[in-house]
Design a protein around this ligand. Structure first.
Ligand SMILES: [Zn+2]
Length: 378
């Protein structure tokens, strides 16, 4: 993995490279960032750079013997542990070592943008939750105590360190504190609160922010050749999460679904027609899975934002399709500085409530009545 293959995070790449140049690579680091950021990719690129025998100023060479093995994630001194559980081929005593082939295939197919949901799907574990257990800890300790095969540094990457159970974490603590010489631990995590304190306190934090709108938009244009409007709209919905952005682009069965639903919903809100609203929610909103309900609200937020730009003479900054622009022409006048903050707050709160398993019927009905009142404040 080269740094140049990773979307965004330019500041972090520079800092990581500088730490190698300055010869101050901390032996236990925690790459903490939300889902859909390049934290695992950065950790692998960093490990590759540390071991590259022909380092360039801002990246690995990609061609030395070490890089070639890293390119296939098959360097004998690069170790991974990650959450696992039983599936059809491993029926008991799951541990990372038993899933190494699957793990490499998964990383290659996901281009190292990994998340638990798709990893568990890849393993076909049904509804079971994985963890990193004491067998993983024992195996990694044994491996790290062997002599280095050929690299300058041995690197152990612990993906989703919040899934370390207590026994596994306790077994690793000493190693995190005093690793064997020339050994680097890179822990990857999405949730600081779920991470054991004993583990967190032994690592140097590398905070990875979510990707910016521009970073996601540009990457969509480059990787999927989207036009700029589609890339922008997809990036808004993805909210800094590359895994989501990628899946939205691939999932183009109905490009206009949210637009059609939004038009309909706003029409019924204007009319304040309870029976139409109740039917709409039952037939169009309830059948959507929660993730889609949240995306739909995020789509609505984007339309509200654009309406405000439109009203304030900033039409050239509105990035919407022609059809959506036609809708905005009539809709935007109802959005103003008097109600925009209330509307944003309402939608953001609704997204949170849906995330916390709130009833979609109640949330959307309540939103509809409030929107009706907010429109009157224009
Ligand atoms: Zn190299």
């Amino acid at each position: 993995m080269l740094f140049s293959q990773i979307i965004g995070h330019e500041d972090i790449k520079k800092k990581l490279i500088q730490s190698v140049k300055d010869n101050r690579v901390a032996h236990a680091q925690l790459f903490l960032g939300p889902e859909g950021t390049g934290k695992l990719a950065l950790a692998i690129a960093y490990a590759q750079y540390i071991n590259c025998s022909n380092k360039k100023d801002n990246d690995s060479c990609g061609e030395c013997p070490s890089c070639k093995k890293y390119n296939n994630l098959a360097h004998p001194d690069l170790h991974f542990i990650f959450p696992t559980t039983t599936n059809k081929s491993v029926k008991k005593d799951a541990e990372s070592d038993l899933f190494m082939t699957e793990w490499r295939d998964y990383l290659i197919s996901s281009k190292t943008y990994a998340d638990l949901h798709s990893w568990y799907n890849f393993l076909d574990v049904e509804n079971k939750q994985g963890m990193i257990n004491v067998r993983d800890a024992s195996t990694i300790i044994r491996k790290l105590n062997l002599k280095t095969y050929e690299a300058e540094y041995k690197v152990a990457i612990i993906w989703m360190a919040e899934k370390l159970n207590i026994q596994a974490a306790n077994k690793l603590l000493k190693l995190l504190e005093e690793p064997p010489e020339k050994t680097v631990f890179l822990l990857i995590s999405e949730n600081q609160d779920e991470l054991l304190n004993t583990v967190r306190s032994r690592t140097v934090l590398v905070k990875i922010p979510k990707l910016s709108l521009d970073e996601v938009q540009n990457a969509l244009v480059q990787e999927f050749h989207c036009d700029s409007v589609k890339a922008y709209n997809t990036a808004v919905l993805a909210n800094g999460n590359w895994i989501k952005a990628r899946s939205f682009v691939n999932d183009d069965n109905d490009d206009n679904l949210y637009f059609r639903l939004f038009q309909k919903w706003m029409r019924y809100c204007f009319r304040f027609s309870a029976s139409e609203l109740i039917d709409f929610i039952a037939n169009d909103i309830k059948p959507l899975v929660r993730e889609k309900q949240k995306e739909f609200l995020a789509y609505g937020l984007n339309i509200f934002h654009n309406s405000l730009l439109y009203n304030n003479g900033l039409k050239d900054r509105v990035l919407l399709s022609q059809e959506e622009m036609g809708f905005l022409n009539n809709f935007a006048p109802f959005i103003s500085n008097n109600n925009i903050d209330l509307i944003i707050e309402l939608f953001e709160e609704s997204i949170n409530q849906i995330e916390r398993n709130g009833s979609a019927s109640l949330i959307f009905l309540d939103d509809s009545f409030k929107i009706f009142n907010y429109f009157k404040m224009k």
